[in-house]
Write a protein that binds this ligand. Structure first.
Ligand code: SAM
Length: 350
């Protein structure tokens, strides 16, 4: 289904933030700051590994598995007497995660504080415990998503996606959810045709459909090569609800992208997941993957936000571990590095 067609620059109606500015809205940060080359290293740490052929698993170790599980998943498993399957787990995750993106965060923080103090006044222990948990989660979300902009991280992503040899690319986003990174790529590589794929219908009908049309993506003006701001309606996007394993496409995409997919599969499945990226690439095309970093603050985030995030199997890894999975499964690594909360790899089939 073609959700939106057209690639011209948006004429207005978007966020009021100007070029080289940033602005906090109640839900997210808009960020159109570009960077001088001397600032580049602030947003991305690039290419720490010199020779991938010399790296071994003994040297890099294996990823850290997040073991805390969302209450919803535990309740489901108790009710059904079996482990939750991956597809159901994703439907729970997507509903839960989307709710947080839609929150008016300052208003929710005020409301949660009032609830907490009401519980305190009435000495209702259960309410006090729950209220405190909500206050902590909201403050963490405010800091990570709104203040730090760690989840979308447009400056880091732009630094990672920059300089690809790709004119008017066909872009395939595997496990696309709301499609953010494909829209950022489409802004940087104007004239892109984007195909978003997710097997959870809610991602098309709600996560993508409700992605704010006022969110500005900094990209390139195809005529002048200068900066241009794009919004969701400016992009040429088709949303396909399908299992990646059943896609009808051939080797027809210039860029195949996944964000937070590889780490949801244990080692015995990683070769297949890496192959999903190869299967649809034109000769010379790029696979672009990102996965969450294994750092203390990320481990804390997934522990505190367990009920929001932890419905599925999940690992946190280093960029060396991530790159090695991709390298040993038949790709050459063109660029690798890490941004605020994710590792990123740009690779070509060897
Ligand atoms: C962790 S999410 C991606 C992160 C995303 N940026 C977000 O904000 O949620 C992974 C997505 O992949 C989808 N997915 C997982 N396995 C899939 C499969 N075999 N076919 C299609 N989609 C899949 C899930 O439904 C989920 O929406």
């Amino acid at each position: 289904m073609n959700v939106n067609a057209g690639t011209t620059a948006h004429a207005g109606g978007g966020s009021a933030v100007g070029l080289d500015q940033t602005e906090l809205t109640p839900q997210y940060r808009a960020d159109l700051r570009s960077h001088a080359s001397r600032e580049y290293q602030k947003f991305v740490c690039l290419n720490p590994v010199n020779d991938w052929s010399l790296l071994t698993w003994e040297e890099v170790g294996k990823p850290y598995e997040v073991k805390t599980v969302a209450q919803d998943r535990k309740a489901w498993e108790q009710e059904h007497g079996s482990a939750m399957d991956a597809h159901t787990a994703w439907t729970y995750f997507n509903r839960s995660f989307h709710e947080w993106f839609m929150k008016d965060v300052p208003a929710e923080i005020d409301r949660s504080k009032q609830n907490f103090f009401q519980g305190l006044k009435a000495f209702r222990m259960e309410e006090i415990r729950e209220g405190l948990g909500e206050v902590v989660r909201l403050h963490l979300w405010n800091y990570v998503h709104r203040i730090q902009d760690g989840i979308w991280d447009p400056r880091g992503k732009r630094a990672l996606f920059e300089g690809l040899d790709a004119a008017k690319p066909k872009i395939l986003f595997l496990g696309a959810a709301e499609g953010y990174e494909a829209m950022q790529l489409a802004a940087m590589y104007p004239g892109a045709e984007v195909v978003l794929v997710d097997y959870d219908e809610y991602c098309r009908s709600t996560r993508f459909a409700e992605f704010p049309e006022s969110y500005p993506f900094l990209g390139e003006n195809p005529r002048t090569g200068g900066p241009q701001v794009y919004y969701k309606p400016d992009f040429n996007i088709e949303y396909v609800v399908s299992d990646i394993r059943r896609l009808p496409f051939g080797k027809e995409f210039d860029l195949v992208l996944s964000v937070g997919l590889l780490e949801h599969f244990p080692d015995e499945m990683k070769p297949e997941v890496v192959d999903w990226h190869r299967r649809f690439l034109k000769p010379g095309g790029y696979a672009i993957l990102t996965t969450p970093r294994n750092q203390l603050r990320s481990r804390l985030f997934y522990r505190i936000m367990a009920d929001v995030m932890n419905h599925t199997y999940r690992e946190l890894m280093t960029v060396r571990q991530m790159g090695l999975y991709i390298y040993e499964n038949g790709f050459d690594i063109c660029r690798h590095g890490y941004i605020k909360v994710h590792n990123g790899v740009v690779a070509k089939v060897r």
